[in-house]
Design a protein around this ligand. Structure first.
Ligand code: HEC
Length: 163
């Protein structure tokens, strides 16, 4: 509770500082500032998907984020079965067919495929660890697998973008 009391003003202050900075840049920013911003270097590898697959992939991505939010919500409620089900069906190995993974893999560089595999494996491992949690009452191994899953999201996003 105490932590929350301290953390919230900090977050608010951070948001305000960012907003103030953005406002200042907007007010003083001429065309030069604009182009400097546009030229921020992007080292991600561009990957070309056919338009339909690209659209489908982005829809899946938004569902990935929704799934993570729902998993955390279920964990907070102690609903481990529910969290495991969401992870396995929407992010885990069981989601591969729904995600057109086989089709998409044809267009993906090896590193991108590996990040995808790591995400699916991590999510399935999370679901299995959660089943053990029901007996052991230790959530840590499951949380570690969940972290592994989100690290795969981060790794792929850091390395690749869609053209
Ligand atoms: C194998 C690679 C890969 C993995 C793994 C991956 N993503 Fe993505 N994701 C992408 C790419 C590529 C884009 C498009 C980025 C771009 O072109 O700038 C994207 C975009 C997104 C977007 C934006 C969607 C939109 O409408 O623009 C969200 C949200 C997202 N990912 C969430 C996630 C989450 C959450 C996870 C993990 C649970 C995840 N992604 C795992 C490759 C991946």
């Amino acid at each position: 509770m105490k932590l929350r009391g301290i953390a919230l003003p900090l977050v608010v202050a951070g948001v305000l500082a960012t907003a103030t900075l953005a406002l200042a840049q907007h007010q003083h920013g001429g065309p030069d500032d604009q182009s400097a911003h546009m030229m921020a270097e992007d080292h991600r590898v561009p990957v070309k998907f056919p338009p339909q697959l690209r659209a489908h992939t982005l829809i899946n991505m938004r569902d990935h984020l929704l799934a993570l939010a729902q998993i955390q919500d279920a964990l907070a409620a102690g609903a481990y079965d529910e969290a495991a089900k969401i992870a396995e069906q929407r992010l885990g190995m069981s989601s591969l067919i729904a995600h057109n993974a086989h089709e998409a893999a044809k267009y993906m560089p090896q590193g991108m495929q590996d990040a995808g595999t790591a995400m699916h494996r991590g999510a399935s491992r999370f679901a299995i660890e959660l089943q053990k949690t029901a007996v052991s009452e230790d959530l840590k191994p499951a949380l570690a697998a969940l972290a592994e899953t989100t690290q795969a999201c981060v790794a792929c996003h850091a390395g690749y973008r869609l053209e």
